[in-house]
Design a protein around this ligand. Structure first.
Ligand SMILES: Cc1ncc(COP(=O)(O)O)c(C=O)c1O
Length: 391
């Protein structure tokens, strides 16, 4: 069997991270992996999470199996966090998943089961793992451009590329803080995407991995909420990795919202059948912590606001440095984008130059984790970028 095992390249992101750790230069800068870092460069455990873990340790409830859907209280809470006080809370089915990635895979399997010939329309550039997850479920993936024009998403480019989408196809949109570009649709553009779905019979799958990292938890969900009010069927993948800092606890949720409420019971059975044949049920700890954070929402929101403000401050400072250095507009737009990431307008060769000459590590396609940048590094990074882009 092993002789027939395909010889694959290691994951490029983790290879680069390995290279970063082996780099002996003291002033090296890691803008690779999508984790939030504070001003000292650490990815801290939120105080609200530490308090919740203490509370759970003091209670030490049973470790007996939970439901196949995971922690049902968490499921209700995250549904409300995503949808707000919408009547659609009565028209949805949510299950706890193994992070946002698990939610995407469960939903991909769900699509594959119900509509195996549907094409997934994915943004280009897009989140590095969307296409592999969809393809692992046997689905075909096509792309549409996701780029900025005059300070906002170039929606004409999107619709030009989406012209061949057919009824029953799936459009995969990022709820907020698009990874990797940081370009989010305006509310008017969300409406245009909703109209497109209605007119073409295309179904939306919204990946909400950064709610609270853009403007605030409410506004970041505005596009999703517009969709669920207007469309008959919406699929949602949610993650607590970033906004609660629960990365390695693998906490997320898959939600299906439908006007066809007679289907809800069967939807749950199908979702549970998918997870049962895979990992049976999700781990409890992260969901139990998340559930306490949803209960003590203000304290959690205060810490989340601190993270978001730091990222926004870094973006602003980077923008000012670019202005002072008279950098090209393609660099200056970084200050208008949202969330943890931005795409640098650099070629793969220029990204290598950035790494070799300046010890600044971003991914080969130009993505940088803005949330990994410390204020003291901003001027150095801005100067290096200007030098590389002009070389
Ligand atoms: C757009 C997007 N979706 C999903 C995920 C996966 O999140 P999780 O770590 O919860 O699996 C990420 C993580 O970086 C992401 O950026």
């Amino acid at each position: 069997m092993l002789r027939k095992l395909p010889q694959l390249e290691a994951d490029p992101l983790w290879s680069l991270l390995h290279q970063f750790h082996a780099d002996q230069r003291e002033d090296k800068i890691d803008l690779l992996v999508g984790v939030y870092r504070d001003e000292s460069g650490k990815t801290p455990v939120m105080q609200v999470v530490q308090d919740a873990e203490q509370q759970l340790a003091n209670k030490a409830e049973s470790k007996a199996y939970k439901q196949l859907s995971g922690n049902t209280k968490f499921n209700d809470q995250i549904a409300q966090f995503l949808l707000g006080n919408s009547e659609k809370l009565n028209s949805q089915c949510t299950i706890q998943t193994v992070g946002g990635s698990g939610a995407l895979r469960v939903l991909a399997d769900f699509i594959s089961c119900a509509s195996p010939h549907a094409t997934i329309w994915n943004t280009d550039p897009g989140y590095i793992n969307h296409q592999p997850i969809m393809e692992a479920s046997g689905l075909k993936v096509e792309h549409f451009r996701w780029q900025q024009k005059q300070g906002e998403l170039d929606i004409n480019a999107c619709f030009a590329d989406l012209k061949d989408a057919r009824e029953g196809d799936i459009i995969l949109l990022h709820g907020c803080c698009h990874n990797p570009t940081g370009i989010d649709p305006t509310l008017g553009q969300w409406q245009a995407f909703a109209d497109f779905c209605k007119n073409k019979g295309v179904i939306a799958l919204i990946d909400m991995a950064y709610q609270g990292f853009g403007v605030n938890p409410e506004e970041d969900a505005a596009g999703l909420r517009l969709f669920i009010e207007q469309l008959d069927l919406v699929l949602v993948a949610a993650s607590c990795s970033k906004n609660m800092g629960l990365y390695c606890e693998r906490t997320g949720a898959a939600m299906i919202v439908t006007n066809d409420s007679k289907q809800l019971q069967n939807i749950r059975i199908v979702l549970e059948r998918i997870t049962r044949a895979n990992y049976s049920m999700p781990p409890e700890h992260g969901a139990a912590v998340a559930s306490l954070l949803f209960e003590q929402q203000q304290a959690w929101f205060d810490e989340l606001t601190e993270c978001r403000s730091r990222i926004n401050d870094v973006r602003k400072a980077l923008g000012s440095a670019f202005l002072e250095l008279n950098a090209p507009p393609s660099l200056q737009v970084i200050s208008q984008q949202k969330g943890m990431f931005s795409m640098l307008p650099l070629t793969a060769e220029q990204m290598i130059l950035l790494r070799e000459r300046f010890a600044i590590y971003g991914t080969a396609n130009g993505r940088i984790n803005v949330a990994g940048l410390q204020k003291s590094q901003i001027r150095t990074v801005a100067e290096a970028l200007v030098e590389v882009i002009e070389s």
